[in-house]
Ligand binder design. Structure first.
Ligand code: C2O
Ligand code: CU
Ligand code: CU
Length: 467
């Protein structure tokens, strides 16, 4: 193994430098590397929308540094908790072990303590964009909404193609904040937690409405993450369409065009934009989205409260250069093996207790609130299962599971030939997913990725056992 340093781009990713500016250690061969990162969780005063704000950061920046690796590499993270409260790290979407010092969300790192996480990335790991964030049950929404999130890139063959490599690539981490006059993050009320906290200040890489360069007569690659604890983003780029090449768990088989993207918390998208005009500025708009679909009119406006219902410019794209090379998007990117028929079917019902009462503990899956000492679902290593996710509640719930991505069988208009690790289950609807529990035994979590709902108990444990 040779060593490839982890990368921290000067100034974080806030400066919108292209991927070519990423600092990478030089490797002399293509063999597996050890990618070493040093991360410290700490409280930092930052500037948000021109005002000071006290945030939770990794290495003093939000979002945290990008960690980049390739399938077959090992990521080693020396993590220190300089917060005054317990935290830990979860590696969202990575297909790595949920046990030991890998993606083990049961680990706790008390204030002042350190730990070394070690993540051997399997040789067959899909390339894509994943992320790290805290997973301390009860504090996840608070810690993430104060700024704790960072990207993990797994590079692969698609990224190596010269046309793709030469395409300017921008990472866009979407976060929202609720900051007081004094620069402190406001603690949400019980009702705000029940619906999922949203902050009025929407940022991309910690900036309000930043300018992103766009090339004319060529492609620009956008890699988006919704790192907000509850906010959904329904995105549209004025005058342009997105060509989608990847979702959560990697490449799609066939790129497709769309005018609008819905990114629910935890989801990622890899989108290319073709610059077809010579110049101009185009806004990336976040359009209103109603997460409370099944609630009646009056109730709806009560619960939505001050959540923004106006289109909001989250970034502005400005033509700055013209493309050096012309290329067209291939028709097929990566073959995706469609999972075979399931051996087991299960049902998971999201519950919100006594409706509007919404007392803590009222947030459940199959009637039970999270208990770290209880296994909810025991599955056999290697088996394929269909899970019916049933949302009879009055609010949308984005379902997420650790360790293994899944394919969507029905209930969401998405081809089965994509790998997702978060799927939206809208209020009053159900979605069937198909999963295979490959490679790793051990306990992992599944939950609603509205992080307040997770903290309030909408989470369960799956234990993968060898048979
Ligand atoms: Cu991104 Cu269990 O979470
Ligand atoms: Cu996760
Ligand atoms: Cu939820």
């Amino acid at each position: 193994m040779d060593r490839r340093q982890f990368l921290i781009r000067a100034g974080g990713i806030a400066s919108f430098s292209a991927a070519g500016d990423i600092v990478r250690a030089q490797t002399s061969n293509q063999g597996p590397a050890l990618v070493e990162a040093v991360l410290e969780a700490r409280e930092t005063w930052a500037t948000l929308a021109g005002r000071p704000a006290q945030l939770y950061t990794y290495n003093g920046q939000t979002p945290g540094p990008i960690i980049e690796a390739r399938a077959g590499d090992t990521i080693r993270i020396s993590f220190r908790n300089a917060l005054s409260e317990t935290t830990n790290l979860h590696f969202h979407g990575l297909h790595v072990s949920p046990a030991g010092n890998a993606d083990n969300s049961f680990l706790e790192v008390p204030s002042g303590e350190s730990i070394t996480y070690e993540l051997p990335i399997p040789k067959a790991h899909p390339s894509g964009m994943f992320w790290y964030h805290p997973h301390m049950h009860g504090s996840v929404a608070r810690q993430v909404s104060r700024g704790m999130a960072g990207l993990i890139l797994i590079r692969g063959e698609f990224d190596d193609q010269p046309e793709v490599r030469d395409t300017p690539e921008y990472f866009m981490v979407l976060q929202d904040f609720d900051i007081s006059e004094a620069g402190l993050v406001n603690e949400p009320t019980t009702a705000e937690k029940a619906r999922g906290r949203e902050g009025p200040l929407v940022t991309v890489n910690g900036k309000v409405n930043p300018t992103v360069p766009l090339v004319s007569n060529g492609w620009t690659r956008l890699r988006l993450l919704n790192a907000s604890s509850s906010r959904f983003y329904r995105l549209r780029l004025e005058g342009h369409r997105f060509t989608i090449t990847g979702v959560d768990g990697g490449l799609v088989t066939t790129p497709f065009e769309t005018e609008e993207l819905l990114l629910v918390p935890g989801q990622r998208v890899d989108a290319f934009v073709r610059g077809e005009v010579p110049s101009g500025v185009f806004r990336l708009l976040n359009l209103p989205y109603d997460r409370f679909g099944a609630m009646g009119g009056g109730m709806n406006s009560f619960i939505v409260g001050r959540l923004a219902m106006e289109p909001l410019a989250v970034a502005s794209f400005e033509y700055t250069a013209s493309a050096q090379t012309q290329w067209s998007m291939p028709d097929r990117l990566a073959p995706i093996e469609i999972l075979s028929a399931p051996q087991v079917r299960r049902t998971f019902r999201f519950g919100m207790g006594m409706g509007m009462g919404m007392s803590a503990g009222g947030f459940t899956i199959n009637g039970r609130s999270f208990d770290p000492n209880r296994v909810d679902t025991r599955v056999a290593l290697g088996s394929v299962e269909d899970w019916d996710l049933i949302n009879a509640s009055a609010m949308d719930h984005p379902f997420h599971i650790h360790t293994n991505a899944f394919q969507i069988v029905s209930g969401a208009d998405e081809a089965q030939s994509t790998w997702r690790d978060v799927v939206l289950v809208p209020a009053g609807r159900s979605v069937r997913i198909r999963l295979q529990f490959s490679d790793y035994i051990g306990r992992a979590m599944y939950h609603c990725h509205i992080l307040d709902h997770e903290d309030l108990g909408m989470m369960g444990i799956v234990d993968v056992v060898s048979v």
